[in-house]
Write a protein that binds this ligand. Structure first.
Ligand code: AP5
Length: 219
């Protein structure tokens, strides 16, 4: 099975990917995480991407597509993957289709997470991440057991630079302009599933499992 997780910034793509991973063991590919890893390792790609990410803009399509193409050619993607945050533009979606045609793969479902902007802004302002391993916390509903330290690796918990209020508004506007058209694009292909992630993650997961069953993607 190959999935795409689509949704506005902070709509819960990473959280749902983690839950899906527990159920299906698919390889999780987050373009945001790949960029942050490159920034942390001071690679040339990371330096190019940082300027766009810090402003809340998208990294240019050519840079992003080349990075995803490299990642999808890794062996662990052959048995199924979840793309989290890719594609985010129509040209990226078209490039993905070309890549998959070459390997004889296809996307089985596009999971579109719906959350209102007001809830997104609250969740993002509550979000903290581990500087070392990237584990995500919410200071309201899922705080780390030890203040400011990660439960997984004891690394320092910080707020993402692009989670500052002004940048979040830019990210939401960028989403509306460049990424939202993908909802119609994938609906037209008959593989879009719309999931309400305004409530708890358990509620979102039940909707996903029901939809996958109704489409005979899982038993
Ligand atoms: P990326 O890291 O992908 O950022 P994003 O899309 O803005 O998404 P987020 O990581 O902010 O949120 P999420 O949807 O994963 O939500 P989460 O699960 O954390 O990308 C960063 C940047 O990289 C982009 O802005 C762009 O510049 C660049 N980039 C990335 N991909 C690109 C591409 N393809 N092309 C060009 N540029 C690209 O959840 C948020 C919070 O809500 C968490 O605290 C979580 O605990 C909580 N939460 C989630 N679900 C629930 C629930 N059901 N109930 C209660 N709380 C919940």
């Amino acid at each position: 099975m190959n999935f795409i997780l689509l949704g506005a910034p902070g709509s819960g793509k990473g959280t749902v990917a983690e839950a899906l991973n527990k159920s299906f063991g698919l390889t999780h590919i987050s373009t945001g995480d790949l960029f942050r890893m490159n920034i942390g390792n001071c690679t040339e790609l990371g330096q190019k991407a940082k300027a766009f990410i810090d402003k809340g803009d998208l990294v240019p399509d050519d840079i992003t597509v080349a990075m995803v193409k490299g990642r999808l050619s890794d062996k662990d993607c052959l048995s199924g993957f979840m793309l989290d945050g890719f594609p985010r533009t129509i040209p990226q979606a078209e490039a993905l289709e070309t890549m998959l045609q070459l390997t004889g793969q296809k996307i089985d479902a596009v999971i579109n997470l719906q959350v209102s902007d007001a809830v997104i802004i609250r969740r993002i302002s509550d979000r903290r991440v581990c500087k070392e391993c990237g584990a995500t916390y919410s200071i309201s509903f899922n705080p780390p057991l030890k203040e400011d330290h990660c439960d997984v690796c004891d690394g320092l918990i910080v707020q993402r630079a692009d989670d500052m209020p002004d940048t979040v508004l830019t990210r939401l506007a960028t989403y509306a302009r460049k990424t939202k058209p993908l909802v119609d694009y994938y609906a037209g292909k008959g593989i879009l599933m719309t999931v309400d992630n305004e409530m708890g993650i358990g509620f979102a997961m039940r909707q996903i499992q029901d939809e996958l069953k109704s489409k005979n993607i899982i038993n």
